[in-house]
Design a protein around this ligand. Structure first.
Ligand SMILES: [Zn+2]
Length: 346
């Protein structure tokens, strides 16, 4: 940059222009090297500030989860995606962190919880998917624009094989939509719809693949159904009880089946220390089997689930569409998690 500064001088109306490394154009940081690392960092900083304000307002139990997600989209998501039609091919790790921290926070699960499970549980798409949709919407709009300057810019991009247009082309071929690129001159509104559906479908498929191929997703595989905000999160179940259910469903708890993983204890040796069953202390044992919590279980879990229990009835319990049963399950988990934490400290 310094060498370039010595070589070139630029003038406008007779005044020498200052040569700078970065320039803020309409809120977007443009860097002399053409990468968008600083852009996404700046956008993430702005989004983080907005998130703090949002959390101050809706941190309590006043808003339900659906409203919190909607508030995030309106006041934070829009900032995090600002100008992403231009910089959106960047991986934007800082931007991703803001969204994933928020999602994990409202579910009350630990930061190491698998992203794919979080997105599935909330029925949310990560921001990189949203950015792809915005980019292709913009591209299809450019193809049909009557604005001569924009038309020239697009022609220029193609003639110079710019990184942005090459990415558009490559991603279309990677998604199996190369024909849209080949017929881009006759682009119509159905093209964008097709691209959008394909982007969303590919993400959902990738999510399922990641969950099914990971040892962390073994239990969650039972809950893979519709990609939507899960019933227990969408209904008016007290926030702390919904959080307890999330912890069990997403294996974000301190049961030995999970903590044993950190100390490399063999899976069949992660036995429950609070009863004499010699069972692995997993989610099923904790909720329906462990003798330690028998009295609490009798109070909050219906006989259908706890008498002659099986993994089948357990999954039924965790996916039931009944607010009272879910609230009771949340109460059971809240009390037993607390009781177990106390036992560990003794
Ligand atoms: Zn036990």
């Amino acid at each position: 940059m310094e060498n370039y500064q010595k070589m070139k001088k630029w003038f406008y109306n007779g005044n020498e222009l200052e040569i700078v490394d970065t320039f803020n154009y309409l809120g977007l940081i443009l860097n002399y090297n053409g990468t968008f690392l600083k852009t996404q960092k700046h956008v993430a900083d702005q989004g983080r500030k907005a998130l703090f304000s949002v959390l101050r307002v809706c941190n309590g139990n006043f808003f339900n989860i659906e409203t919190k997600l909607s508030v995030f989209d309106t006041y934070v998501g829009s900032i995090l995606s600002y100008g992403s039609e231009i910089w959106g091919f960047h991986k934007a790790a800082d931007v991703k962190k803001v969204q994933s921290n928020f999602c994990k926070r409202i579910l009350g699960v630990r930061q190491t919880t698998m992203h794919s499970m979080i997105y599935f549980e909330l029925g949310r798409f990560p921001l990189y998917v949203i950015r792809r949709i915005r980019i292709f919407k913009y591209w299809t709009k450019l193809l049909n624009t009557d604005n001569k300057i924009l038309k020239c810019c697009l022609q220029d991009q193609e003639a110079n094989k710019s990184k942005w247009i090459i990415n558009v082309r490559n991603e279309l071929f990677q998604m199996g939509l190369g024909y849209i690129w080949e017929h881009r001159k006759s682009c119509n509104s159905s093209y964008f719809k097709t691209i959008k559906h394909r982007i969303l479908d590919i993400f959902k498929q990738l999510c399922i693949e990641r969950i099914c191929n990971s040892s962390k997703g073994l239990f969650y595989q039972h809950f893979i159904s519709n990609f939507t905000l899960q019933y227990y999160l969408a209904k008016s179940i007290p926030y702390r009880y919904a959080n307890c259910i999330s912890k069990i469903r997403l294996s974000a708890h301190n049961l030995f089946i999970e903590t044993g993983r950190y100390n490399s204890v063999a899976k069949n040796k992660r036995l429950c220390k609070f009863c004499d069953n010699d069972d692995v202390e997993d989610e099923y044992h904790f909720v329906l089997i462990c003798k330690k919590y028998k009295d609490i279980r009798c109070k909050y879990i219906k006989p259908y689930y706890r008498i002659n229990p099986s993994v089948y009835t357990f999954i039924q319990l965790l996916t039931v569409h009944n607010i009272k049963e879910l609230t009771n399950l949340g109460k059971y988990l809240s009390i037993t998690f607390e009781s177990r934490n106390k036992l560990r400290q003794i």
